[in-house]
Design a protein. Structure first.
Lengths: 668, 575
């Protein structure tokens, strides 16, 4: 944080450029006011007027108001700039082995175009974004994700995307480049964190209109006040009128608005999420429905063996033994969990003579796997597949089997039947393990009014059980990409905003359709293109954090707007009596803060108005603390803190400043 | 004082009782559903459409609706102007009143077409009976019907889920006239006549007063004019003294009926809105917010008026309330109404854009007069004028939702519809016009001789008179601080501008806002959405209306009524 302060101070002055200030109507009025009062200051110095010190003080603090607002923006941008610089260092000139008809040639990475094919070997930096079309390699992506453990990238499937600037650690891959220079992921990332591409988001635009409207109203109030004052024989100096105007227009939120927006994006970046637009961050706050993939988000990655359920006449140990044998060669997590569970029956590692054993791999046709050992055939697999297999071998299927299989299904588990030759031994109960604490998260989301829908390929029966256990509001079972798409559309038809995560190419259309589509960085480039955010950690649970960050951004904006407007009440009580006390001493009654003199009152209000911006910079950058409460409770709480607080705080602040001014004889 | 408070309580209870039945009935009327009046009214309605060539099934977009509204208003304005200019040559003129002058006729036509009823003319001596009926009373119905039509279109837009259509202007206007205004006005007229309000076609009555001088008292079909003057929140009286005149408002009962008539439709429209929104609580929230502000105004005014004038107290006059005397500041008030019924009337007439008065607002204590001014300056949203009031209330609700709505962590939405840049632009426009015209023209009047010389009093009270004039006309209220002579060319002209801008620069952006919201999908409410019902929202809405209003007018009011009150407390008077 400290490193950014000095450059930010410098930038605050650079940002005084009226062309830049004009983008913000509120601050533009402050700048015009500052210039006018400076003009009067110079006039005063020339003609040595008595109130020159006062005019000078007001003018100075008006400039400070502007500088403080610029400083807030510069601070927010500073953090992004530092990140961008770090990223830029990665974009050092690398060479690429371009595959051509004649073989490969070395070309600078900057010359690569979409569709080019390059070969990257161990130790080389991947020259651009692309998809692996041949080979498999471990890649160090720490430069982008900060995660030091290498990841596997391979052709086909959902882990084919590679990012320019990352490094191949082992093996060799052939990559088809998918982006032109200047449009790579890294380029976009730099532009995003730097705020170069930052455009006002829809809500920011609407808020700016409101603030501009308020500014116009107060401009009219001040412009018409002078004729009324003249009518009342109490004409005012331009300095006092400008001071009142600047105090009344919403400078607090006007000055901090862009800092809040930039800081919101920055918070996402620090969560290792890249939003492709500020619009997406706002949409995240508005999300009504979250589509969450069951696997990895709600349940631990894989199902695990939980129980052996033997048929009559078979012992549990016998079943466990057969199950372990059938799973020895099964490298899937489910297979391994069976081996582990079997160990608890005292069956230890065993050595099998590869000569006498044949491992049967799982195939989509047979839907079984197993082992042929010493003339015995042991199989495990889907219930009906095993039944068929046993019957073919002339075996009897015990009536209990079907019942057991159904029971396991009803409990949300996956049943695997185990058979040895023509004998059915029993059933293995594979179970989904719901992540710890996830239920509480869903309860929180529900309280916030967000509906959670679990997406799973499981059958409805299994899905229902897990949905109940995890506490989601709804589920989509046997989900196909089309079904997912239909679900999103039907939610949107009802006016709801939908967020989802996805990584596969078949997720791409749904990611594009969703209002907030978070693509996993490990996913395909099609998915990353389609989504409007990329999670560099590839952690689907993060969707919940993204929603919280979006909400936090909006709450911060609203809180400071409310605070800013509520502040005006006190400022009136400071300045109006000060203006007219000379002509109408009876108005002293309105000077509820008992401010020392008209000059000290006006000056105190102007100083408060400037300082409050600086004091709120940390809040603007950090964001208002987000609480997962229902809207009514949040509103009550925030209205109390920022609404009522906004009315009271300036009374105290202005009084304190007035006391300081008087104590140190800084005012007349 | 106990009786005074009882009067206020009874009035508020009666209002609450009116809201539901009338509101529900209007919801039926404007959804074009069957009502109990159908057997009688429907044939007339059908005939009207046939004669005018209106296809009642055709809906209009914002352009069609707004254009119909504007063209229609222009037409009736010209018609009215012609009658007033030619009244000396037209029948039904028993008092032989001459043609109206161009300036006054312009101001009067604009005034009645915009539902303002600011009266620069003296009715008894400047308006014939034909003009009273065909120009003024008729226009009272028409401008009220136009207001209701605009409100219905606005509510439709806000509560629709698809399309950008707002309804059919001709149908909405015809139905508000035939089904709502006319039946109530007929019953109301009979009630008023039973209490002694005049209703005849006679010329003025010449009587000898107990002082021995001859006085001529104008007569005419005034009971029918009186009821629509209130019901349509028009406010233009048949007599210069308006509802303080015994022929317009003879008894405490007629006073109660008239006050209820003023608020009946604006209050009921909050219920109608709830029906359209599909949630009655939405309507009650608006009702509650407006009622809170109304009661605040009544409290401040009642306290200030009952306390009376400290200068008189110092001189030894008793201003205490006793069994036989009202006490307090009775200057400009009718003895038959007393303090409570007078300030209640003042609040009611300034909260809505009615402008009928039963006491002299110029004679109110400065704080009470300032409250009346602030009531209007809030934008006539405390139930407000017929139709336009609820629109103003809803625009404020949208602003409130936008300012504070972000604090629940969602982009702001009202009735499930997102409030975005375009809506904000239109909502800001719909509130901006008020301070532009009210403060702008007042500032102009305060410095040009023609403007400030029209004020009777110097100093703060003179400024109050000027401010009251532009605020009242911009708010389409029409009541006046008597001190201002507004019949000159300067005031007639800026008055005309204030009234037209106040009417149309509000209605047009509102219709555009409604159309923009009409096409938006609405998100069903959930625990996460901003609650626009319930006490927190009511507090918020009241806060936004008061803070934004107070912030805008505080400096001007500080130099007018506020300083005047302090000066009065210190024993200094003006004039």
């Amino acid at each position: 944080m400290r490193d950014f302060i000095w450059p930010a101070i410098g930038n605050s002055f650079v940002k005084l450029d009226p062309r830049e200030v004009a983008r913000n109507p509120v601050m533009f009025v402050v700048e015009v006011g500052s210039v006018i009062t400076t003009f009067y200051l110079i006039l005063g110095l020339i003609h040595t007027r008595s109130d020159t010190a006062f005019v000078g003080a007001v003018s100075g603090w008006l400039w400070f108001t502007l500088l403080f607002a610029n400083f807030a923006t510069a601070m927010a941008e500073g953090r992004g700039k530092a990140q961008a610089d770090a990223l830029r260092k990665m974009r050092t000139e690398t060479f690429a082995n371009l595959v051509t008809d004649e073989g490969t040639t070395q070309v600078p990475a900057a010359q690569l175009r979409k569709g080019d094919i390059v070969i990257v070997s161990a130790g080389e930096v991947i020259p651009g974004d692309g998809d692996v079309i041949e080979g498999i390699a471990s890649v160090d992506e720490s430069a982008i994700t900060g995660e030091s453990a290498p990841v596997i990238r391979e052709s086909g499937g959902d882990r084919s995307a590679v990012t320019g600037g990352t490094k191949v650690l082992s093996d060799q891959i052939k990559v088809r480049i998918t982006s032109d220079p200047g449009e790579t992921f890294l380029d976009r990332m730099i532009a995003l964190v730097e705020g170069a591409q930052r455009q006002k988001t829809p809500n920011e635009i609407a808020l700016t209109i409101l603030l501009a409207g308020l500014t116009i109203i107060f401009l009219i109030v001040i412009v018409t006040l002078q004729p009324f004052a003249i009518f009342s024989n109490a004409p005012q100096s331009a300095t006092v009128l400008i001071a009142l105007l600047v105090c009344l227009i919403p400078t607090t939120i006007g000055g901090l608005l862009s800092a809040i927006g930039i800081a919101g994006m920055d918070r996402l970046v620090r969560h290792n999420v890249l939003a492709m637009s500020g619009r997406a961050v706002e949409a995240a706050g508005d999300v009504d429905t979250l589509l969450l993939d069951k696997t990895g988000t709600i349940t631990l990655g894989n199902r695990q063996a939980a129980e052996f359920m033997p048929m009559p006449g078979v012992t549990e140990a016998e079943l466990a033994d057969a199950a372990q044998l059938a799973s020895l060669a099964d490298e899937t997590p489910e297979g391994r969990s069976i081996v582990v569970l079997a160990k608890s029956y005292g069956i230890r590692e065993r050595h099998i003579d590869p000569e006498s054993a044949t491992f049967i791999e799982f195939s989509a046709q047979t839907r079984m796997s197993g082992i042929d050992l010493d003339g015995h055939a042991i199989r495990k697999g889907a219930g009906d597949a095993i039944i068929q297999w046993v019957r073919q071998r002339g075996g009897e299927v015990p009536p209990l089997l079907e019942e057991t299989i159904e029971n396991v299904s009803l409990q949300g588990g996956t049943p695997l039947a185990v058979a040895s030759d023509e004998r059915v031994l029993g059933v293995i109960h594979l179970k989904d393990i719901v992540k710890g604490g996830i239920r509480e998260r869903f309860d929180e989301l529900r309280a916030m009014g967000i509906r959670t829908v679990m997406i799973t390929g499981d059958n409805p029966l299994t899905a229902a059980v897990i949905a109940k256990e995890a506490g989601v509001d709804d589920f989509l079972a046997e989900a196909t990409p089309e079904a997912k798409m239909d679900l999103i559309r039907s939610e949107q038809q009802q006016g709801k905003l939908v967020a989802m995560t996805g990584d596969g190419t078949n997720d791409a259309p749904a990611l594009a359709q969703a209002d907030v589509g978070v693509a996993m960085n490990s996913g395909t480039s099609a998915a990353k293109e389609a989504g409007n955010m990329v999670d560099l950690d590839s952690n689907p649970t993060k969707l919940i954090e993204i929603v919280a960050i979006g909400k936090q951004l909006l709450i911060t904006r609203g809180a400071l707007t409310t605070f800013s407007i509520a502040n005006d009440v006190a400022k009136y009580f400071a300045i109006i009596p000060a203006m007219f006390m000379v002509s109408f001493p009876q108005l002293r009654t309105l000077n509820v803060m008992r401010l020392h003199s008209p000059h000290s009152a006006v000056l105190s209000a102007v100083i408060f108005n400037a300082i409050i911006i600086v004091m709120l910079i940390p809040l603007a950058l950090r964001g208002v603390k987000y609480r997962p409460w229902p809207a009514a409770r949040l509103l009550r709480f925030n209205l109390l803190v920022y609404g009522l607080g906004g009315v009271i705080a300036p009374f105290i602040g202005i009084k304190i400043i007035d006391l300081i001014l008087v104590t140190f004889h800084l005012t007349t | 004082m106990g009786w005074g408070i009882l009067q206020i309580v009874v009035f508020v209870v009666l209002l609450g009782l009116i809201a539901k039945p009338l509101g529900a009935y209007m919801a039926h009327v404007f959804r074009n559903e069957r009502t109990f009046l159908d057997p009688v009214v429907r044939p007339v309605e059908k005939l009207t459409y046939r004669l005018c060539g209106v296809d009642e099934t055709r809906e209009m977009g914002v352009v069609g609706y707004a254009m119909s509204l504007l063209v229609f208003n222009l037409a009736v304005l010209l018609f009215m102007y012609a009658i007033l200019r030619l009244q000396g040559h037209l029948p039904l003129n028993p008092a032989h009143i001459p043609d109206m002058s161009p300036t006054v006729a312009f101001n009067t036509s604009v005034s009645f077409a915009t539902n303002t009823n600011w009266q620069v003319y003296v009715p008894e001596s400047q308006v014939s009976l034909l003009s009273q009926m065909l120009a003024l009373a008729r226009e009272n119905f028409v401008s009220a019907a136009v207001g209701i039509a605009a409100a219905v279109a606005f509510i439709r837009g806000l509560t629709r889920h698809s399309g950008k259509q707002l309804g059919n202007f001709w149908v909405d206007m015809t139905r508000s006239f035939l089904y709502v205004l006319l039946p109530i006005a007929i019953i109301g007229t009979l009630v008023l006549v039973s209490q002694g309000v005049v209703q005849n076609l006679d010329g003025p009555k010449h009587v000898v007063t107990i002082e021995g001088v001859t006085q001529s008292i104008a007569q005419g079909p005034f009971a029918s004019q009186e009821i629509i003057k209130e019901l349509g929140t028009n406010g233009g009286g048949s007599y210069n003294a308006n509802s303080a005149h015994p022929y317009e408002n003879p008894t405490p009962l007629t006073n109660l009926v008239e006050m209820l008539a003023i608020l009946a439709i604006p209050v009921a429209l909050t219920y109608t809105f709830g029906r359209f929104a599909g949630s009655q609580r939405q309507g009650w929230a608006l009702f509650a917010a407006a009622m809170v502000i109304l009661l605040m105004s009544v409290t401040v005014m009642y306290a200030s008026e009952q306390k009376g004038n400290p200068i008189l107290t110092k001189l030894g006059a008793s201003q205490a309330s006793t069994a036989t005397q009202a006490g307090g500041n009775m200057e400009g008030k009718e003895v038959r109404f007393g303090i409570a019924s007078s300030i209640l009337f003042s609040t009611v007439t300034t909260d809505t854009s009615c402008g009928a008065v039963n006491n002299g607002h110029d004679s109110l204590t400065p704080i009470a007069g300032g409250t009346a001014m602030l009531n209007m300056a809030l934008g006539e949203v405390v139930f407000g004028g017929v139709g336009v009031g609820i629109m103003g209330l809803l625009v404020n609700a949208i602003l409130a939702v936008f300012i504070a709505g972000l604090m629940v962590g969602r982009t702001p939405e009202y009735l499930g519809k997102k409030i975005e840049g375009r809506e904000m632009k239109l909502a800001v426009l719909a509130v901006l016009y008020f301070c532009v015209t009210a403060l702008g023209f007042a500032a102009l009047a305060a410095i040009v001789p023609a403007g400030k010389n029209a004020a009777l009093n110097p100093g703060p009270h003179g400024l109050s008179e000027i401010l009251y004039g532009t605020i009242s006309q911009t708010g389409n209220n029409g009541s006046a601080f008597a001190g201002l002579t507004a019949s000159g060319r300067f005031w007639s002209t800026i008055g005309g501008f204030c009234m037209m801008w106040g009417r149309f620069f509000f209605i047009i952006p509102c219709l555009a806002l409604a159309s923009s919201l009409a096409g938006k999908k609405s998100v069903p409410p959930s625990p996460g959405t901003f609650p626009t019902t319930g006490p927190i929202f009511v507090v918020l809405l009241v806060g936004v209306i008061l803070i934004v209003g107070a912030l805008t007018y505080f400096p001007a009011l500080a130099l007018g009524p506020i300083v005047e009150q302090f000066l009065m407390n210190a024993g200094k008077l003006f004039g």
